[in-house]
Ligand binder design. Structure first.
Ligand code: PEP
Ligand code: MN
Length: 337
């Protein structure tokens, strides 16, 4: 339920409405607009005496939130969420590119890649230390040793770090070494993990599940926001379709759909969507043209030697080329990069 306060409502009236809602067992989420304040009230509607709330001083109107995701919905919050990490803003006018290898592996290759993506204009360094692999025999990541390498690269380059957390038991450790916690596609509906990641208070990047609908994906975001952490970045990374020519199918339409339904920033991952470095450039451009707030791209100094996802990794020179070409696309959609 959204409680719309009238434009002359005082701070005390707003606080008093919130207190009443909290006492009724609701979670409140006030949004202070320039003219009006609205209070999102999340909880069991049956406990709400709507007539009583309507008659409270300062209350203008009550509007139900129709969507099952409440806090993630545009119904509650029209203004775009902008996530601030230091001086970096995600979801603002500037497009944010995250880049780096699939996994943190060889130290020297990793640092060299980090410097190159930074020079090309990436703002955030990616690299998995905990890898959710289809085969239990495949490389599972360097774990804490990998996190330490991410931390060194952060100090050396000034780039922010995004890295995946696959288990609730590791949330605290991963949060210690990173700026954004990544929830992988395979864990999009791992609800305990979503709640733990939310509670870390780090921004959380939620990849779309392999076969998740947009509504299920936004419900995953709702899990995180309901912990009190509003800093969520959605990432379209391709979904399962009948098509086998590419690893997955990038659902470009998800970008404008999510923009219509939610205030949360959305980025695209053309690397996992296609599985082939050759298609990364055109799909990166397409995602930006469709309104994405940024990209996450796999870049490896020596893809042939990569232990994970080499075939979809761009070499640094190709990444640099892409970053230059993206400037024109960004301009066409009134964004900068
Ligand atoms: C990744 O980013 O390395 C990854 C495993 O992605 P996804 O969860 O989208 O498959
Ligand atoms: Mn990968």
């Amino acid at each position: 339920m959204i409680i719309v306060m009238n434009s002359s409502a005082t701070k005390e009236e707003i606080q008093s409405v919130e207190n009443i809602l909290v006492n009724l067992g609701f979670k409140t989420h006030p949004i202070y607009g320039e003219i009006k304040t609205v209070i999102g009230a999340i909880g069991d509607k049956r406990l709400l005496d709507t007539e009583m709330i309507k008659n409270l001083p300062g209350v203008e109107n009550l509007v139900p939130i129709m969507k099952p995701y409440k806090l993630a919905s545009k119904e509650l919050q029209q203004n775009k969420t902008i996530i601030e990490i230091g001086d970096l803003k995600i979801g603002g006018n500037e497009l944010i590119v995250m880049a780096g290898p699939c996994a943190v592996e060889d130290e020297q290759v990793f640092y060299a890649t980090a410097h190159k993506v930074k020079a090309a204009g990436a703002k955030i360094l990616r690299g998995g230390a905990f890898k959710p692999r289809t085969s239990p025999y495949a490389f599972q990541g360097l774990e804490e040793q990998g996190l330490k390498m991410l931390d060194i690269a952060r100090n050396e380059t000034g780039l922010k770090i995004v890295t995946e957390v696959v288990d609730t038991r590791d949330v605290e450790t991963v949060a210690k070494y990173s700026d954004i916690l990544q929830i992988g596609a395979r864990n999009m509906q791992n609800f305990r993990l979503l709640k733990e990641a939310g509670a870390s208070n780090k921004p959380v990047l939620i990849k779309r599940g392999l076969s998740a609908t947009i509504e299920e994906w936004l419900m995953a975001a709702e899990y995180v926001i309901s912990t009190g952490n509003p800093n969520i970045i959605l990432c379209e990374r391709g979904i399962r379709t009948f098509e086998t020519a590419t690893r997955n199918t990038l659902d470009i339409s998800a970008i404008p759909v999510v923009k219509e339904l939610s205030h949360l920033p959305i980025i695209a991952d053309p690397s996992h969507a296609t599985g082939s470095w050759k298609y990364v450039n055109p799909l990166a451009k397409a995602a930006i043209a469709a309104g994405a707030d940024g990209l996450i791209i796999e870049v490896h100094n020596d893809p042939a030697k990569a232990m994970c996802d080499g075939p979809q990794s761009l070499k640094p020179d190709k990444f640099k080329e892409l970053m230059q070409e993206l400037r024109t696309v960004a301009l066409a959609v009134n964004r900068n990069i």
